[in-house]
Design a protein around this ligand. Structure first.
Ligand code: SF4
Ligand code: SF4
Length: 194
């Protein structure tokens, strides 16, 4: 079998591989590079490394290249790969683990808009236990800082229209019953990514 490391310059870091295996519990050590995941992936065309290669790169401990890849941010968690993988390797969970490690280690995401949206999307859920669209939208716009004054005005007008039609709530939602437990899950996950 040809190892994908032939085309990389990086020396493998076994500690990274071990850490990802333990945290993701994705069973990636069972992968035998059949490519089914990549052939099933609807967004593989947009990735710099297809899913089967990311699995191989993690096995080889190619930390820098994995954490800097666009793949870990482009994965849409659609589950097509894990559904078809003959070894039931949980690639979406693997990608989530890699997000967490990349964010914790401050690695600049190759797809910054996706990474910013990811953070903006999760922040209200962590706070209230449910989504709060106004906070998510404003959070994303503040993070992205790439909107022109015209875009900001258009978004504000659109937001106002949605509020008047009751499609968007201005006030924060009440926290749900299990909000504390959800926050605990976030904290535990963040801890595991360290
Ligand atoms: S489908 Fe599973 S076994 Fe096949 S390459 Fe992908 S992860 Fe590896
Ligand atoms: S979960 Fe991610 S890697 Fe797997 S098929 Fe869907 S988009 Fe591709």
């Amino acid at each position: 079998m040809q190892l994908v490391c032939d085309q990389f310059q990086e020396t493998g870091d076994p500690a990274f591989s071990k850490r990802v295996k333990e945290v993701s519990e994705s069973g990636l050590e069972r992968c035998y590079q059949c490519l089914t995941c990549t052939l099933s992936c609807p967004v593989a065309f947009a990735m710099d490394y297809p899913p089967h290669q990311i699995v191989r790169m993690v096995q080889l401990g190619l930390k820098e290249q994995v954490l800097r890849s666009s793949t870990i941010w482009i994965c849409a968690s659609c589950l097509s790969c894990v559904t078809r993988c003959p070894n039931e390797i949980d690639i979406p969970h693997l990608m989530d683990t890699l997000h967490q490690i990349a964010l914790h280690e401050g690695v600049a995401a190759k797809e910054p808009a996706v990474a910013m949206f990811h953070e903006a999307f999760l922040a209200p859920i962590k706070k209230y236990g449910r989504q709060y669209e106004a906070m998510m939208t404003i959070g994303y716009m503040l993070r992205a800082r790439q909107f022109s004054p015209k875009d900001l005005l258009n978004n504000a007008l659109l937001g106002f229209k949605m509020i008047t039609k009751r499609k968007l709530k201005l006030l924060p939602p009440h926290s749900i019953k299990g909000a504390k437990e959800i926050r605990g899950i976030f904290e535990k996950t963040e801890e595991r990514g360290k």
